[in-house]
Design a protein around this ligand. Structure first.
Ligand code: FAD
Ligand code: SF4
Length: 517
């Protein structure tokens, strides 16, 4: 067999021919290697949509590799010789092809990068890990930025990124004179609701490749959560661009106003639904930001919506990646609030009478999607108040969303939503009672509980657990300027009522079904 120079490994979230792994690709001596393995879908109990999204996107990408006449070794999940684990498959490939070097772009997961290093070392083959150019800020650049700041805050990182890139900048000043227009955003739909004319995201009916994949996933992972009945996602770079253009044309102008709002049976509202396309590298974040910035300059979308959206990508998305790589591997074990409860079963099967959670978990199971506030202020908030072990919460988020890749999922879960990192991602825990959910959605109208009651049969569990949380963490919250006012409200509550809240929270935790999955 002809000696292979580079074995170019392409993982499921590295689907770009423009990546640095292909910079010096030589058709005559290099080989592209891709593998579908069951282990990547079972190390957490992955949603069927997440599995199918990765596999279908990989198979479509493989077609592109073939169309370029690049040599490709593609290991299919349904191949009877498939070993089921990435490390075993790679070991076998190295033994067969004996490449001089393995070439790969920086993986999105610490576990995978460690595995690659081990396998390469064991095989005695050089490993060339190349920079991921899809990010504006490299791992090293973020680490240097973090070193320069005694306290890490996304807002300051974001401003530095605006200055560095010139995005939404005018003569070294932020366009419009402000860095952040959130004060103009965050409306609820009020009683009237979002109306009947909500522009649904463009649908991409499954083609033959996707149909094969969905059949394979249903057959191979029948007991995994979720359904593929609603699978209509963009699985190629071309479709991802259509999804982006559809968002910019139809939903971006109202994105800012309603980015925090929630409404029954309306999972997408004015959100982009493009996170996974960027995470798998079907869509370059630069193209996204350019299209959105252009919409502002054309007068198509207001500055508050455009700035709010760009901050999610140029700010949050880059920031969480920096945090992940700067603090792994110890980050995963952080548990600043010493939370130890098991994750309630309803996270997997939606058997709950709390209507907000039934809605959000239901949409999650139906689409593998929930928008940011649903993740942060419904499922995340409940887990935080219930005191679920942050590793259990992390595993659920990594399993359940179509866009879940560890570098972005973990800081959002462990840090932002569970405050398990003690304040690295966010300056305070995101805590609220049921009244917040009542204000931002219509979920409470269909619920047997009352959002403003903390004790009694009709007490909203969020509200009971919120006050219980304030009491359990009173000292820590008192020491934080941003939560001091919140905790001060405890002084308005009688000793007897406090005891009743504690007891109700204790009974509620004890009665909650957990540990089935
Ligand atoms: P939009 O609301 O339209 O936002 C536009 C884009 O901004 C998104 O596509 C995304 O790329 C980016 N973005 C927005 N918020 C964030 C954020 N906090 N961090 C990073 N990027 C952001 N996002 C993932 O891509 N994968 C995950 O596994 C993931 N897990 C999360 C877990 C928790 C607990 C929370 C609170 C958030 C998580 N997010 C994750 C961030 C965010 O919820 C999703 O990116 C967003 O809901 C995706 O939907 P969209 O494309 O419609 O986003
Ligand atoms: Fe959720 Fe409480 Fe509202 Fe019911 S009353 S929907 S549990 S916030």
């Amino acid at each position: 067999m002809l000696r292979i120079r580079h074995l170019v490994v392409v993982l499921g979230d590295q689907l770009s021919l423009e990546s640095s792994a292909f910079d010096d690709f030589d058709k005559s001596s290099d080989l592209v290697w891709m593998a579908e393995v069951a282990g990547e879908s079972t190390h957490v109990l992955s949603h069927k949509v997440r599995i199918a999204y990765f596999l279908s996107s990989m198979r479509h990408f493989a077609e592109k590799v073939r169309a370029r006449s690049y040599r490709l070794e593609y290991r299919r999940l349904d191949d009877s010789t498939n070993r089921g684990e990435l490390a075993a498959e790679l070991h076998a490939a190295l033994a067969t092809f004996k490449p001089a070097r393995i070439v790969i772009v920086e993986p999105g997961e610490y576990r995978v990068e460690s595995m690659l290093k081990t396998v390469a070392a064991e095989a005695g083959i050089a490993l060339d890990i190349r920079p991921d150019r899809d990010f504006y800020c490299s791992r090293a650049e973020f680490a240097a930025w973090a070193k320069r700041h005694s306290q890490l805050r996304m807002e300051f990182f974001y401003r530095d990124m605006r200055k560095k890139t010139g995005v939404l900048m005018e003569r070294a000043q932020p366009v419009g004179g402000q860095w952040n227009y959130d004060a103009d955003n965050r409306k609820s739909f009020g009683k009237a609701g979002p109306g009947l004319l909500l522009p649904a995201p463009h649908a991409f009916p499954p083609d033959e490749i996707t149909r094969d994949v969905t059949a394979l996933v249903n057959q191979t992972f029948p007991n995994h959560p979720g359904t593929l009945a609603n699978f209509e996602l963009p699985v190629t770079a071309e479709d991802a661009t259509i999804a982006l253009n559809d968002f910019v044309a139809n939903r971006l102008p109202s994105f800012g106003d309603y980015q925090d709002a929630m409404w029954t049976d309306q999972p997408f509202l004015y959100h982009a639904r493009i996170s996974a396309t960027m995470n798998l590298k079907l869509l370059d974040p630069r193209a996204v930001i350019m299209a959105v910035e252009d919409a502002y300059h054309r007068g198509h979308a207001p500055l508050a919506a455009v700035e709010g959206f760009i901050r999610q990508i140029l700010g949050w998305r880059e920031y969480v990646r920096g945090i992940y790589w700067a603090f792994m591997p110890e980050y995963i074990n952080r548990n600043a609030l010493e939370a130890t409860e098991k994750l309630p079963d309803f996270y997997w099967d939606r058997t709950t009478d709390m209507n907000c959670l039934k809605q959000v978990v239901g949409e999650t199971l139906a689409y593998g999607y929930a928008h940011h506030i649903q993740r942060l202020m419904v499922t995340g908030l409940f887990a935080l108040l219930f005191a679920v072990d942050p590793v259990e919460v992390h595993k659920w988020y990594l399993a359940i969303y179509w866009d879940a890749v560890e570098w972005v999922e973990m800081p959002n879960t462990t840090g932002l939503s569970q405050f398990a990192d003690g304040g690295l991602m966010g300056s305070k825990p995101y805590i609220a009672s049921g009244k917040y959910i009542h204000r931002m959605s219509n979920y409470c109208e269909g619920c047997r509980y009352k959002p403003d009651e903390a004790v009694g049969e009709k007490a909203c569990p969020f509200t009971t657990l919120y006050w219980d949380f304030l009491m359990r963490h009173e000292q820590m919250l008192n020491g934080n300027q941003r939560t001091r006012m919140q905790v001060r409200n405890l002084t308005r509550i009688s000793k007897e009522k406090k005891e009743a809240i504690r007891e109700q929270a204790r009974d509620f935790r004890a009665a909650m079904p957990k540990g089935k999955y």
